[in-house]
Design a protein around this ligand. Structure first.
Ligand SMILES: NC(=O)C1=CN([C@@H]2O[C@H](COP(=O)(O)OP(=O)(O)OC[C@H]3O[C@@H](n4cnc5c(N)ncnc54)[C@H](O)[C@@H]3O)[C@@H](O)[C@H]2O)C=CC1
Ligand SMILES: O=C(O)[C@@H]1CCC=N1
Length: 271
């Protein structure tokens, strides 16, 4: 048993982001193991981070004190059932990052009585700029809560969510959220090009604008609405754009998109 070892089950995009964050914050690569069936992904993880890689879940999980379940929701049941015997013997801290799967289900698939934390990170975790919502089931002790929080803090900010039912909303807002910003970037860049800007120029201006605006949101301490009003000169260009957004139902579009993501999270949980 290696209590401080962390086993990632699934070595895809999110696991890579989290592993990158852990290594960057000083975690020893030898203490991280990854189970990943795709050879190319396994080899890349070993080459890039020096972590120990295995093909099958139980090989990586055996003896590790913490398991991070980082497979797609659709294969989670099969993966957990394959780990149930080990879970009953070792009683690890189990951290699932799968969208939509309740802790009760993970616990049941692992044979019951397990300490399960449900975490919802996002891809900026790769830069240490992630946002993660966390929920712990009743079997998670104080020390394990801290352990899960420390693990996810390697990826950025964390917030405990008191009611598991709200985890689907967390998924819809911050889990999927980076994709909304990327979609906005794509749309702004295409619109800039349509107005005659060279693609490179449009891209550079858009990305610096998003970065600068995000920094203002984060560093000024002022509400988004106040920052927006400050850009908006009466009768000027921003007002023309904002009025066009509002008239075309921008807020409603965002609200519907987040409701669709929340619903999908619920469907994935089978609820
Ligand atoms: N991509 C994102 O922004 C976020 C994803 N998530 C959640 O993270 C989880 C993983 O998502 P991604 O990394 O995007 O998916 P992914 O498809 O990149 O990674 C999943 C990996 O699991 C591997 N895998 C499949 N069966 C396996 C098995 N039996 N044992 C071990 N590994 C196995 C796959 O080969 C794949 O590399 C999902 O449950 C998703 O809901 C959570 C937050 C954000
Ligand atoms: O799209 C998904 O289902 C996952 C969960 C949050 C981000 N990606």
């Amino acid at each position: 048993m290696t209590p401080h070892a962390i086993a990632f089950i699934g070595g895809g995009n999110m696991a890579r982001s989290l592993i990158g964050g852990l290594i960057r914050t000083g975690r020893a690569p030898e203490s991280l193991r990854v189970a990943e069936p795709v050879a190319a992904l396994r080899e890349a993880l070993a080459a890039d981070f020096g972590v120990r890689v295995r093909e099958a879940g139980p090989e990586a999980a055996d003896g590790a004190g913490t398991w991070v379940l980082a497979v797609k929701p659709q294969v989670m049941r099969e993966v957990c059932e394959g780990l149930a015997t080990l879970a009953q013997i070792h009683r690890p801290l189990v951290v699932s990052i799968a969208a939509g799967i309740p802790t009760a289900r993970i616990d049941q698939w692992l044979g019951g009585g397990q300490a399960v934390v449900r975490a919802m990170p996002n891809t900026p975790a790769l830069l240490g700029a992630g946002a993660t919502g966390l929920f712990a089931n009743a079997a998670v002790g104080g020390g394990q809560r801290e352990e899960a929080e420390t693990l996810m803090q390697a990826a950025g900010l964390t917030a405990w969510i008191p009611d598991e039912a709200l985890m689907d909303a967390v998924t819809a807002v911050s889990g999927s959220g980076p994709a909304y910003v990327f979609l906005l970037a794509e749309a702004m860049q295409a619109a800039g090009e349509a107005q005659g800007l060279a693609p490179d120029t449009a891209r550079t201006l858009v990305l610096q604008t998003l970065l600068g605006a995000a920094r203002m949101l984060s560093e000024s301490g002022e509400p988004a609405a106040v920052l927006r009003q400050r850009v908006t000169s009466p009768g000027g260009t921003t007002q023309a754009a904002i009025e066009s957004f509002e008239a075309n139902g921008f807020r409603d579009l965002v609200s519907q998109a987040i409701a669709a993501a929340t619903r999908r999270g619920r469907e994935l949980s089978g609820g």
